[in-house]
Design a protein around this ligand. Structure first.
Ligand code: ADP
Ligand code: MG
Length: 538
């Protein structure tokens, strides 16, 4: 038993040892676990505090962002209000700009009317300037300088409707940058209709009894005949004017004249036309017929009447009663006009053309019976022939034409003298040209010299008139002698300067603009109505 007990005690001791070992292990594990728990607790605490910090940060940032957003929204609202305010201000400004522009246009119109009145009171000559577009034939013989793309091929520009600017840059010459002012400036894009709109009021003046003269001046090929008549290649001369957009001043003036006459049949004046050309300083009557009734142009002279007026005795006038009659007559006679091709212009007119439309009050002649007989006579076949040397040709006053001049008005069937109401002169001058540029020789060179001399005489007359010299050299050329009443008298004279925009024509353009400037300076004494006092019977 003792043995057994000691064995049991030993086992018990072993078990106790084991138990003790286990207890130690458990205690150390417990201590470890406690440490881990402490650590986790610590971590959790830290995490909590950092989460709280983060949350506080977020809240702070959210608050900041919120206030920023509120500020931005308020700012945007303020901007929107400011934009609305600016918009309404811009609307007001636009409105006032529109009103100012309208007022400006009205004032400009008024200024123009006043200027026109001033021109009338001073007896000045109105000058318009038309710059034609650059045309294909300008390029054909373009000078080498303008082939260079850096040098502009166009030197004359319409800055506005009253100003022409010439910018001409020539190597070795001073640079020209000059402006010229005229009553009206037409740019290359402005149509025949626009040009006529400006001219049209003169026709009302014509019917009011004023003498009117419209004259185209400029270099060969600058658009004088185009402006006065229209394009050369017109096929059908008697189509209604409104159906031919590019018709010039003469057909449009004829239409306006007959329109105005038809508006007031009670005063309906009789309309008679004469067509004259000044060629090589001789005056030819393009309506006159020779002894065989062939139209070819008969030489005439200018005389001064007792009243001091210039007249062409025995000048042929034809009565016309409609635009169509007028155009048929004028178109037929224009074929007789002297022409010659030059390097500048293939269809260059070599003479000054003067179409005179005379209005006479002729109550007895205006009866339907008389009108009928005139029309039937005008319908006789017309056979124009090429122009021949006209010197010494005998004038035959065929019964369908009247051979009288305004100074010697014809007698009507009742024996009463007709009374000249007013005269309209439409002048297409021959073009000034430099012989070197136009390349003419022989007879054409002689023509050029006559043309240039007569144009120089015209410039001299204007110079003398503008300087109010005692002697005005009207007699230096047939052209100025013939136009003396118009240039120095009381007619409403409109000079249309036609210029080419091209640099190769710049010298001629400057010359034409200088001529126009001089013409504007002419003061011919107060303009008066050109009504002629009733004539006493012969
Ligand atoms: P001018 O009579 O001055 O010698 P033209 O009137 O015969 O010159 O014009 C020369 C050429 O230029 C013509 O072929 C004409 O049709 C053309 N022309 C002139 N002016 C214009 C214009 N404004 N628009 C279009 N063509 C024009
Ligand atoms: Mg011409």
């Amino acid at each position: 038993m003792t043995g057994k007990s000691s064995h049991a005690a030993t086992r018990f001791c072993l078990l106790c040892d084991e138990q003790e070992g286990l207890q130690r292990g458990t205690r150390s594990s417990l201590a470890q676990l406690c440490r881990v728990i402490q650590k986790v607790k610590q971590d959790r605490k830290e995490l909590r505090s950092s989460s709280l910090d983060l949350l506080r940060d977020c809240q702070g940032q959210q608050q900041d962002c919120g206030s920023e957003i509120v500020t931005a929204v308020q700012g945007a609202q303020r901007h929107h209000e400011a934009v609305l305010a600016w918009q309404s201000k811009a609307g007001c400004l636009e409105q006032s700009l529109r009103e100012t522009t309208e007022r400006y246009q009205l004032e400009k119109q008024k200024r123009k009317q006043l200027h026109n009145r001033l021109v009338e009171l001073k007896g000045n000559i109105r000058v318009h300037c038309r710059i034609r577009p650059a045309l294909p034939f300008d390029k054909e013989s373009e000078d080498p300088l303008s082939q260079n793309s850096s040098v502009s091929a166009e030197v004359a520009h319409a800055v506005d409707d009253e100003t022409v600017l010439v910018r001409w840059d020539r190597p070795g010459h001073p640079w020209i940058n000059k402006t010229y002012n005229f009553e009206r400036v037409y740019g290359p894009a402005e149509s025949q209709r626009v040009v006529f709109e400006e001219v049209c009021p003169l026709l009302t003046s014509l019917l009011d009894g004023y003498n009117v003269c419209i004259m185209a001046y400029g270099q060969t090929g600058s658009g004088k005949s185009y402006t006065m008549m229209g394009p050369h290649s017109r096929k059908e001369p008697v189509l209604p004017v409104e159906s031919q957009g590019d018709l010039g001043i003469i057909p449009r003036a004829a239409e306006e004249l007959f329109r105005l006459i038809s508006e007031n049949p009670s005063r309906s004046p009789k309309v008679a036309v004469s067509v004259v050309e000044v060629y090589n300083n001789d005056i030819f009557d393009l309506l006159a017929k020779d002894s065989c009734a062939v139209t070819s142009g008969v030489k005439r002279e200018v005389l001064t009447t007792k009243a001091g007026k210039k007249e062409i005795p025995s000048l042929t006038y034809e009565s016309v009663h409609s635009t169509e009659e007028f155009l048929t007559l004028v178109d037929g006679r224009l074929r007789l006009r002297a022409k010659h091709a030059t390097l500048v212009h293939a269809d260059s007119s070599r003479s000054h053309l003067i179409i005179t439309v005379t209005l006479t009050t002729a109550p007895s002649w205006d009866s339907p019976a008389n009108r009928q007989s005139d029309v039937s006579l005008l319908k006789e076949p017309d056979c124009p022939s090429p122009r021949q040397p006209a010197t010494g040709r005998r004038h035959s006053a065929a019964h369908r034409t009247s051979s009288w001049s305004p100074g010697a008005a014809p007698e009507g069937p009742t024996g009463h003298m007709e009374q000249v109401h007013a005269k309209l002169q439409l002048v297409d001058l021959a073009g000034s040209e430099c012989a070197g540029v136009s390349g003419v020789t022989g007879a054409a060179l002689r023509e050029t010299s006559f043309i240039n001399r007569s144009l120089a005489a015209l410039a001299d007359v204007l110079g003398a008139l503008s300087e109010r010299r005692g002697h005005v050299p009207y007699r230096n050329s047939k052209l100025t002698h013939l136009l003396q009443d118009v240039l120095g008298g009381d007619a409403k004279l409109l000079v249309i300067l036609c210029v080419s925009p091209c640099r190769k024509h710049a010298a001629e353009t400057l010359q034409s603009l200088g001529f126009g400037t001089r013409a504007r300076q002419v003061q011919r004494g107060p303009a008066r109505a050109g009504r002629v006092a009733p004539r006493t019977p012969r």
